[in-house]
Design a protein around this ligand. Structure first.
Ligand code: IMP
Length: 196
């Protein structure tokens, strides 16, 4: 049985392959199907975007497809940046511009609670799409700390830790991250589907 992971990001691809195993399956990535146009992520939920990405790839190829969508939800900002996490400070903006905007928006706000959320969607020919979710709760600092990771990592302190995601090693982050938790759910609930 064949299977596509709807990402062009080599790091994500390896993480997904490693956790899900895919024994007996032929696993491809979106890069193996350059003629399929990239999905426009215009839904207002992570679930909507993840399903859209997985379903479009499955419809175009006839092959079961897995997609993810993630972001940061900040309580004091009514859940923003949410699905706009990558482009919070504008289209094509950098991580540091996003972090600077987040700090500006949070200026003077006492409630620093936030969470990273990942939704994974699995689309198969002639079946309803399936989804699982992973959430990592935490708080946001007033200043950047740490050099590892990407995105909002230098501002986010996961619950039960004193370090930011950017101060933890990749190995430590991968044990508790929203993506790792979503993948753990997928491996638990989609065992039968992910077997060759
Ligand atoms: P994606 O859906 O995984 O591409 O994530 C969308 C955006 O959410 C990223 O561009 C980051 O801004 C943010 N984000 C997602 N996961 C993380 C993370 O683990 N650390 C920091 N930022 C993240």
């Amino acid at each position: 049985m064949r299977f596509i992971i709807a990402t062009r990001n080599a790091h994500k691809l390896e993480e997904i392959k490693e956790i899900l195993g895919f024994q007996g399956l032929e696993v491809y990535s979106a890069r193996d199907f350059p003629d399929v146009p990239e999905t426009i992520e215009d839904r207002d939920t992570f679930e909507g975007n993840a399903i859209k990405k997985a379903q479009e790839l499955c419809d175009a190829t006839g092959i079961a497809s897995l997609a993810d969508d993630s972001g940061l939800e900040v309580d004091a900002l009514g859940g923003a940046p949410g699905v706009y996490s990558a482009r919070y400070a504008g289209e094509m903006c950098s991580d540091s511009e996003n972090n600077a905007k987040l700090l500006r928006e949070l200026d003077g706000k006492e409630d620093r609670r936030a969470r990273f959320r990942t939704v994974l969607a699995l689309a198969r020919p002639n079946e309803e799409p399936l989804t699982v979710e992973g959430v990592c709760e935490g708080t946001l600092l007033n200043e950047l700390r740490g050099e590892c990771g990407f995105g909002y990592d230098p501002l986010f302190v996961p619950e039960g830790f004193t370090e930011t995601f950017a101060e933890l090693s990749a190995e430590e982050k991968n044990k508790i991250s929203h993506r790792a938790l979503a993948l753990a759910q997928a491996s638990k609930h989609w065992k039968m589907v992910l077997k060759g």
